[in-house]
Structure formats: C-alpha cells, structure tokens
Design a protein around this ligand. Structure first.
Ligand code: ATP
Ligand code: MG
Length: 471
C-alpha cells in the first residue's frame, strides 16, 4: 500500500494563476489510481428492437424517442411490463434531480420524510379508495391474511400520521411534508418507458395548514417552487387548470410539458393565457371561458399535479390542531406530485435528437468526458496529459469531483469514442488529439450544448470547466 507521504505532494505554485479556483497547498490525491474510467461502467446496451419487445412482454408496441434512446445507450433496461432497471447513468441523473427538488422544497419549508410502500387496507377503506381505485391498486396479503396495497400515493398514510399527533398547535403549522419514493400503479397500458411505468418515482408533498386562507397561500408557494424547479431544468412547462379526479378537493393544476408524444391534451388561450386540461372543459368548447378568444389545443406530458384538498382527508382521519381560541380544528390540506422518473424521460424527449441523448445541464450524469489518444497512434505521447488533466480537474475544481469520466478504451479511435460521447450527451468532451503535441499542448474541447469546439491549453480548459454548475 502506498504511504501517506508518497501520496501527498505539493502542487507547483505557478499552476494557480487562474481565476475561478483556489490553490491547494497540499493534496492527498483521492483519485490517484481511482480515476473513473468508461470501460468499467456497467452499461448493457445495443439491445436489438425485437429483444426490447420480448423483454417488455409485448411486440409491436409503439415507442417514443426517449424510450428508444434510453434503451439503446444503456440508461435503462426492461425488467417486466412497465418496470425498468435504472442503470448507473440514470441513477446519477436522478440523484441530481432529487437534489434540485430537495433544494426547492426545503426553500419553502418542506421537510423530507419517507413513508412505507406497504399500505394497510384499513387506511384505504376509511376513504373508500380501496374500492374506488379498482384495478389500479396492486394488492397483497401478508402471512396473517392482512391486506395491503403498494402505495400509489400517500394521502391516507400521511394524514393518519399527522392525526396521530394529539397535541398539535396552530403555532406549529403549516407542515409541508414530502418524500421521494417508488409508487406502484397497475396501469392498464404501461408504455413509453419511464413516461408511464407501473413502478416509478414520485416526489409527493402534503401540506397541513390552520386555515383555508393559509392553505391557499401554501398552495401558491408550492406552485411557484414547481415553476422555479422547471425553469432551472430549462423545461418550459405550462400550469393548466385540471380535474380533481379520484384524489378529490376543490382546486387543481397540472404542470404540462408540451410534447407530441404527450398523452394529455390541454387548451391554451393565446390572448389571455388561460389554460386548462381539455377534461375540465365542455366537449364542444372552442372559445376561452375568460375572454371568449379562440382556444388552441396542445398535447402535453403531465410532469406535476397540485391539489387543494381542504378537509377531505383530515376529517376522515381526524387530523386536528388547537386553534387560536383553544378549540380543536381540522387541518386544511394540499397535495402535490412530481413525476421524478417521468421528468427525466420527458426532458430527454424534448432535448435529444433522434440519435443523441441531451440532458438539462444540471442533470447530466457526468459533466466531462476525457478522451486520450488511441494506443499506437502518433499522438500517443499525449496520453499522460489527459490523465494529468483528470487529476488536476478533480483536485482544483471541487465541484467536478466525481463528475469527470476518462474514456480509457484506447483501442478505439478518437472519432469512435467521440461518437459514443455524443450519444450520451456529456456537456463537455475534452480530446487529446494532434494539437496536444504542440507546445504548449492544446486540448480540443467540445461543448455539446452549444455545438462549439475550442482549442485550449490545460489552464484554459481548467478555467472553462471551473464555470460548470453542478448540483
Ligand atoms: P396520468 O394522468 O399521467 O396517469 P395521474 O394524474 O394519474 O397521471 P397523479 O396521481 O397526478 O398522476 O400523480 C402525480 C405525478 O406522478 C403525475 O403528475 C406524473 O408526473 C407522475 N406519474 C403518474 N403516473 C405515472 C406513471 N404511471 N409513470 C410515471 N409517472 C407517473
Ligand atoms: Mg394527475
């Protein structure tokens, strides 16, 4: 084993004249010998289309761009109808998405919890949803014969949880409780990959307020946080009026991402910005109910849904608090869902080309891919430079730690590896090509999102990459 002293070395002071990062006096290289290399990434790919179909239990089913791409480049792998293995790149992107969600939810006072997926039948019988939800509920029995479902949503569970707190005061409210967990729904037609699964991740938040006015204010806060979240991801979602469906309540909005493969239809009024899911409108309605202007219809993917619930659930489970007059009063509730895995696939759907995955910059699984020269080529002498750049990047640009991948498949040409990198959509690809032999050496830097290619020295490359935003 290497000793501590030999693993530590002083960095030459002259390498720190750049703005954007602070010089480290000493470093114990955490990455030495542990560079992340592409050849080690677990990425089953190149399934033929007939193989996907048989693995997904169907044949001839229509698929969409995100599903095809995600299967083809090894982001997901079919397990059973509507269920997918999420592979390493997808998990990395999803963890980033969850970090962005956490930031936005916690900025408005959200507290993260985690409720069981096994949900006892009695809870659902209390609200009648054990029967109302019909075949959508995945039901099971334990060894004692007790019945459960696998949670498709958690209004019942969270309301029972809050109701169990007997001494709540209005002073403690509102509570904004949320979780990011797997949800289970026996969809009649699971399809389009992660867009409509039978097992998927949802962020669900439940809010408890002391008055209808306060609850409406909370409702507005959460909707605004959703708006900011989608802005940060570069997704132009439209907030539309929606039907309350089986969840119930008095007010509801959907966040729709306009895309052709979307299964929802919503109407927008270009003159006054009114928008609503067509389910909420009269069948024959072609004019805006607000300004009478003509409505235009668009297809969309529902990426989020918010409900003002009032006391529908708190009255059933007796979720009460002591109000300002010392009396017991029912909590006013709201519930708010984001389709986490659906948002990932929807983003890929809108950003990608037919052949190449593109991510919202914040969610790229790795921000930088380094491509050293081919073994045996004239440029091979520059191989060392790439490893060196890798170490420097991860040492002096702290946010890039864990974000740089080295494509060590040096038996392949640079061109072939660049093609693969293009398919996976790393925001930056840095190549040690011909100009890496110049003095000073120059790297070829591809900025995937702008399509630009620039030739930069090591310092220039570090400077450019130190501006990358990582969540
Ligand atoms: P849909 O109308 O698309 O079936 P829903 O209205 O039944 O969805 P909600 O109960 O509002 O869904 O769930 C909250 C969010 O969870 C949805 O806005 C969506 O983003 C996501 N979601 C719902 N069903 C699925 C699914 N089968 N696969 C992936 N995500 C889903
Ligand atoms: Mg919905």
């Amino acid at each position: 084993m290497e000793g501590l002293l030999t693993r530590c070395r002083a960095l030459a002071p002259h390498s720190h004249h750049l703005s954007g990062y602070k010089p480290l006096r000493f470093y114990c290289s955490p990455s030495r010998g542990r560079r992340m290399v592409l050849s080690r990434v677990f990425q089953p790919q190149n399934l033929r289309e007939d193989q996907w179909h048989s693995l997904e239990g169907r044949s001839g089913e229509l698929t969409c761009k995100s599903q095809k791409l995600m299967l083809r480049v090894g982001l997901i792998h079919p397990a059973s109808p509507g269920c997918y293995h999420l592979l390493p790149y997808t998990v990395r992107a999803m963890e980033k998405l969850v970090r962005v969600i956490d930031q936005e939810m916690q900025a408005i006072g959200g507290q993260k919890v985690n409720m069981p997926s096994l949900s006892p039948a009695e809870l659902w019988q209390a609200t009648s949803r054990w029967d109302l939800m019909g075949n959508e509920l995945l039901r099971l029995r334990d060894r004692h014969g007790r019945e459960y479902c696998l949670g498709p949503t958690h209004e019942e569970a969270v309301t029972a949880l809050v109701a169990s707190q007997k001494n709540l005061s209005y002073k403690q409210l509102p509570f904004l409780l949320y979780q990011v967990t797997r949800k289970f729904r026996d969809e009649p037609r699971p399809r389009f990959g992660l867009l409509r699964g039978r097992e998927f991740y949802m962020k669900d938040m439940y809010t408890f307020d002391s008055s209808p006015e306060a609850a409406r204010q909370t409702y507005g806060l959460v909707c605004d946080a959703y708006g900011r979240l989608f802005d940060r991801l570069g997704l132009r979602c439209i907030k539309v009026q929606a039907d309350v469906g089986s969840i119930g309540g008095t007010m509801s909005h959907e966040f729709q991402l306009p895309v052709d493969v979307g299964e929802d239809r919503f109407a927008v009024c270009p003159s006054c910005n009114f928008s609503a899911n067509v389910e909420t409108l009269d069948m024959s309605q072609t004019n805006c109910p607000v300004c009478q202007g003509p409505l235009t219809e668009t297809k969309g993917i529902e990426v989020g849904h918010t409900f003002y619930l009032g006391t529908k659930y708190s009255s059933i489970f007796n979720a009460q608090f002591t109000d300002v007059h010392g009396k017991q009063s029912l909590a006013e509730m709201g519930c708010y869902g984001l389709g986490v895995t659906r948002i990932l696939a929807a983003a890929i759907e809108v950003f990608s080309t037919e052949d190449c995955v593109r991510w919202p910059s914040l969610l790229a699984p790795y921000h930088v891919c380094l491509i050293p020269p081919k073994k045996g080529s004239k440029e091979e002498a520059a191989a060392e430079l790439t490893g060196n750049l890798y170490d420097h990047l991860t040492e002096v640009v702290p946010q890039l730690r864990g974000e740089v991948l080295l494509d060590d498949r040096t038996h392949l040409t640079i061109g072939n590896r660049l093609k693969d990198a293009d398919k996976l959509g790393y925001p930056y690809v840095v190549i040690a090509g011909k100009r890496a032999l110049e003095d000073p050496a120059r790297f070829e830097v591809w900025c995937q999102n702008t399509g630009e290619v620039v030739f930069l020295t090591k310092e220039g490359t570090l400077e450019l990459l130190s501006q990358v935003q990582v969540v």
